[in-house]
Design a protein around this ligand. Structure first.
Ligand SMILES: [Zn+2]
Length: 490
């Protein structure tokens, strides 16, 4: 469905989203457009990220970048175009990615001697550079990240969740030993987990991927998996131990301290604009987006309320004073000064955009030295309170912390309620209809494939920190040592 928000604003305010219960997919599609996060592009499957969506992405970037730098990583930029032959050097990598490649065959009006691939990911071109940069053990570890976009020719697309081009960060590191590479892989998984929980209020399950779900070219893939509001899973970030696969394909070698030439051990890890999809589907409600305060582009919106020309300047004066005080307290604040729109319209509009806290200021508040506060996580009367203008910044900060906290608790309670341990395959089938099944799996590809065929559920991850247990596979009944999260996934 196509429509322009600005030209039909009044109409749109009366037009409700489909409820999540009634049509989750359509609720999501319309929300992304109406909250002005993104728009469709002329090329099918591409996405325009609108300023509001990009501001959210910038906050995600900053929260991650801070963590990357605190653990010794630096940023750089590698080229968009990769010689096609590079991808062919690592066998499973090319097999995994060739169906999704966009290839440039003409440049400057001439057919190219060697076709160029638009990066689907940058292991190969970075591997090529690392082979030239790394000489000795003193050059290790090499810890580089880049913020960029990549292209994967997806057939079924959905804004933020799966688009031809998407934005992300990709970290690429090289190490002297397997142990160091594995420690790095796990460290980055921990960083993604901490980011998801602390910044996005999204509970995640960190775990190992099964062999069939691994990244093409990795020895081991770890992921964080989140439960969306419809009970389906979303892989929200991945971290790969690439072993020596790329080091051997690209001759990434170093001289160790006894003068022997050794292959490096490499890793890669990424988190993308897909995460915005997770935030929408974990926290959103029937009124629209609900953003965690720590990532929200606008944390507080001030809506002035007045009826007469006489009231207006008095209300606006207080509204501006409140805005200045909140900005001084490092809060991200918007004063909605738009003319000719009713307060009710503005309330709906900011609720659609998920602003965590609304401050209403009317003539009575001006007279009483108060404001009204309305929490987005608890719309309606329950989330509403009145507060003195005096000392408001402190109260607002505390309230935002409270919103952040309650969003996390709510999402966690939902996930726990919908994560069940089946005793048999019949129960398993019921459970994955609306949630996660935590079940023993024998580890055989065959069983995994049958489960997928019969239930559309895939192995999401093997949660970390399990003690070895004696169980039996939910599908075949054979001995199993670990439980796996099974779910239908985005
Ligand atoms: Zn089995």
């Amino acid at each position: 469905m196509e429509f322009s928000i600005s030209s039909k604003e009044h109409h749109m305010s009366e037009y409700k989203l489909p409820s999540r219960a009634e049509d989750f997919a359509e609720w999501y599609n319309q929300l992304v457009i109406r909250a002005e996060l993104a728009d469709y592009a002329p090329v099918r499957g591409c996405m325009i990220v609108r300023p509001y969506g990009w501001a959210l992405w910038e906050n995600i970037q900053q929260a991650l970048d801070r963590r990357f730098k605190a653990t010794g990583h630096v940023n750089a930029a590698f080229p968009l175009l990769i010689p096609q032959s590079f991808l062919e050097r690592e066998q499973s990598h090319v097999e995994g990615f060739s169906p999704e490649l966009a290839v440039v065959t003409v440049g400057g009006g001439k057919k190219l001697e060697e076709p160029l691939v638009i990066r689907p990911t940058s292991e190969t071109i970075i591997g090529h550079a690392y082979a030239r940069w790394i000489k000795s053990y003193r050059d290790l570890p090499l810890l580089i990240n880049q913020w960029n976009s990549v292209v994967r020719w997806e057939l079924r697309t959905k804004l933020f969740l799966r688009t031809l081009e998407f934005f992300w960060q990709e970290g690429h590191t090289a190490h002297a030993t397997y142990e160091e590479a594995e420690a790095e892989t796990r460290q980055m998984l921990d960083i993604y987990t901490d980011f998801a929980v602390t910044e996005a209020a999204v509970p995640v399950i960190p775990g190992r991927k099964s062999e069939s779900e691994r990244f093409a070219g990795a020895d081991q893939t770890y992921s964080i998996e989140a439960m969306m509001g419809d009970g389906k899973a979303l892989q929200a970030g991945t971290s790969h131990n690439l072993g020596q696969n790329f080091a051997k394909a690209f001759e990434i070698r170093y001289l160790n301290n006894t003068g022997e030439l050794q292959y490096c051990w490499t890793t890669s890890w990424g988190l993308s604009t897909r995460f915005i999809g997770a935030i929408i589907m974990v926290h959103g409600d029937d009124k629209g987006l609900v953003l965690p305060p720590r990532l929200a582009p606008i944390q507080v919106v001030i809506v002035p309320i007045f009826k007469t020309d006489e009231e207006k300047p008095r209300v606006m004066e207080v509204a501006q004073k409140v805005r200045a005080e909140l900005i001084a307290a490092d809060l991200r604040v918007k004063l909605d000064e738009r003319d000719g729109l009713t307060p009710g319209f503005k309330f709906n509009d900011w609720e659609m955009r998920g602003v965590p806290l609304r401050i209403e200021i009317g003539p009575k508040d001006v007279a009483n030295g108060t404001v009204a506060l309305a929490r987005r996580d608890n719309p309606g009367k329950e989330g509403k309170s009145f507060a003195p203008q005096e000392g408001l910044a402190k109260l607002v900060s505390e309230t935002l912390d409270g919103v952040q906290d309650s969003l996390y608790k709510r999402a966690l309670a939902f996930r726990d309620k919908n994560t069940r341990v089946p005793q048999n395959y019949e129960q398993f089938k019921e459970m994955i209809e609306g949630g996660f099944a935590l079940a023993y799996w024998c580890g055989r590809r065959e069983c995994e494939g049958q489960i997928k065929e019969e239930t559309k559920a895939t192995t999401r991850c093997i949660p970390l920190g399990q003690e070895s247990q004696d169980g039996s596979c939910i599908r075949c009944g054979e001995a199993a040592k670990e439980k796996v999260i099974f779910a239908r996934a985005y």
